[in-house]
Design a protein around this ligand. Structure first.
Ligand code: BG6
Length: 510
């Protein structure tokens, strides 16, 4: 992850008045400004449909930052620097004139500041607009010229299946080369996800045991207590499989299982990740039922609040069979991982918001302690991506006293306790890296392609079933998910709460 010098750059935000921009991108830009990570000659140009002018938009930006930034108070001097960078270009995405207008604005902005006219097109728009925007960028000549850089950032989803992803990629490739394309997977920007590489490759104690000889299974959970909120329209077509598993979870799987890269350069890391995706044990459509479970939340109560059934959510089909939960078992056919199952589960309206990777180690023969403790828990290494970011090692120890009683204990690394709360948010890091030309935390086309190949087969198999198991909000999904893992004589790991949990709660972070 080599960091390059930050150059001045015009950031063109498509979908500048949308939810993602308000919640994530604008606060991230403010945070970058606060750290002097936006070049003084950089500009932010909003390309959006709503009738506004520069001042009205600046006002919106201010309100979004106030509401969503991790900083409680807006610093006047930072805001004044950022405000001077902001411009508004009103246009429909399909209107070529809007792009011509944008081109003259950019020309004016560049001539004032520097010789170079670097551009970062950021598409924070629903995917159905991707192709229209790219075609118009090409037609208007906005991406032409090679004395400065032209880069394009795509929010997910990148296609709805392999076929649509290929079509989209083909259109993009008419205007941009792979080294200009930044496909966002915001999980890659999370601190603990990046820490995975350090944990694995900078520690001599983990490296020798990171394989089939010592690891019994790996469990990856991305659980949310939220429902679909206002995104019923999109979600009902995507479901948990396409929304989370195809991208965030496949990336977590790849980073957990990959071989050490030759270097920390983007392509060396992505090369190793793609090898993992290519090594996933092939399965036939008829076998999908044995390795996967889906579910949909019914009505119920969660955190003492009444929760609507998924089917009753806004913009969701009343007869929807879309999954809001998926559990999957995959194997990786390579030397390191042969026969080690990777269990993955994700869902909405589950017991709580938690994303974690649990490495479950093989157990010692319990000959010595059998009499005293029939079932000792396996050793586990838990990487808590969120919340309560940190890493815990769980092992067995003797309970004090005359009797030989064994219990599980853990050693915890609390990220916030050690480094403080102000680590960069995922989007801050990702925008910074796109400006700096570092593609490490963005997915390469072949990663997307192989993930879709796996996911398409599962979706195809599910198409045939007419029913979908239901689960109550506040649980860990349908009972079929427990059965999936129980069939292998295993269970979903319930790691102990880290000791620092209480400390974070007292600081109002829990
Ligand atoms: C997005 C999904 O990619 O990730 C959402 O589209 C989901 O459905 C979100 O809620 C979860 O992200 P995080 O960072 O809150 O775990």
């Amino acid at each position: 992850m080599k960091k390059k010098e930050i150059e001045p750059c015009i950031i063109i935000l498509f979908g500048a008045t949308g939810d993602l921009t308000k919640r994530k991108l604008l606060p991230a830009l403010y945070e970058l400004e606060s750290e002097n990570l936006l070049h003084k000659d950089s500009k932010i140009v909003a390309f959006a449909r709503r009738p506004k002018n520069d001042n009205l938009f600046k006002n919106d930006v201010f309100n979004s930052i106030k509401k969503f930034s991790k900083f409680k108070k807006i610093d006047e001097s930072i805001w004044s620097r950022l405000k001077n960078k902001i411009h508004y270009n009103m246009s429909e995405f399909y209107d070529l004139n809007g792009y011509k207008k944008l081109k003259s604005l950019i020309k004016k902005l560049c001539s004032k500041s520097s010789e170079k006219c670097n551009k970062l097109f950021y598409l924070a728009v629903p995917p159905e607009h991707f192709e229209t925007i790219i075609n118009n960028i090409k037609k208007s000549g906005l991406a032409a010229g090679n004395s400065s850089f032209n880069r394009v950032v795509f929010e997910k989803p990148f296609g709805n299946d392999l076929k649509s992803a290929k079509k989209l990629n083909k259109t993009i490739k008419k205007a941009f080369k792979e080294n200009q394309i930044y496909r966002i997977d915001h999980y890659l920007g999370k601190e603990l996800v990046q820490n995975l590489l350090v944990l694995r490759f900078a520690n001599s104690i983990f490296d020798p045991i990171w394989n089939k000889k010592y690891i019994d299974n790996v469990q990856i959970t991305v659980a949310e207590d939220l429902g679909v909120e206002t995104r019923g329209n999109y979600y009902d077509k995507a479901g948990a499989l396409r929304d989370i598993l195809q991208n965030h979870m496949m990336q977590l799987l790849a980073l957990t299982a990959m071989e050490p890269p030759v270097s920390l350069d983007a392509d060396d890391i992505r090369e190793e990740k793609v090898k993992v995706l290519r090594s996933i044990h092939p399965f036939a459509i008829k076998d999908v039922k044995d390795i996967s479970v889906r579910g949909q939340y019914s009505s119920g109560t969660l955190n003492s609040k009444k929760i609507k059934a998924y089917k009753d959510e806004e913009n969701v089909n009343k007869n929807s069979r879309t999954e809001t939960f998926v559990a999957l078992k995959l194997k990786i056919d390579n030397w390191r991982w042969a026969n080690v199952p990777f269990y993955m589960r994700t869902g909405k309206r589950l017991n709580k918001r938690v994303a974690k990777i649990t490495i479950v180690f093989k157990q010692n023969p319990c000959i010595l302690f059998y009499e005293h403790s029939k079932e000792t828990a396996p050793n586990m290494l838990i990487i808590r991506i969120q919340p309560e970011e940190g890493i815990s090692l769980q092992f067995s120890a003797k309970v004090p006293g005359r009797k030989m009683i064994i219990d599980s204990v853990r050693m915890d690394f609390c990220h916030e306790c050690k480094f403080g709360p102000n680590t960069p948010e995922a989007y801050e890091r990702l925008i910074h890296d796109a400006i700096a030309g570092d593609q490490t935390l963005f997915t390469r086309w072949d990663e997307v392609e192989h993930s879709w190949e796996i996911v398409d087969k599962i979706a195809e198999a599910w198409k045939k079933s007419r029913t979908i198991p239901q689960y109550k909000p506040g649980t860990w999904g349908p009972k079929e998910s427990d059965i999936l893992i129980k069939k292998d004589k295993r269970k979903w790991a319930k790691p102990l709460t880290p000791m620092y949990s209480a400390l974070l709660k007292n600081n109002g972070k829990g």
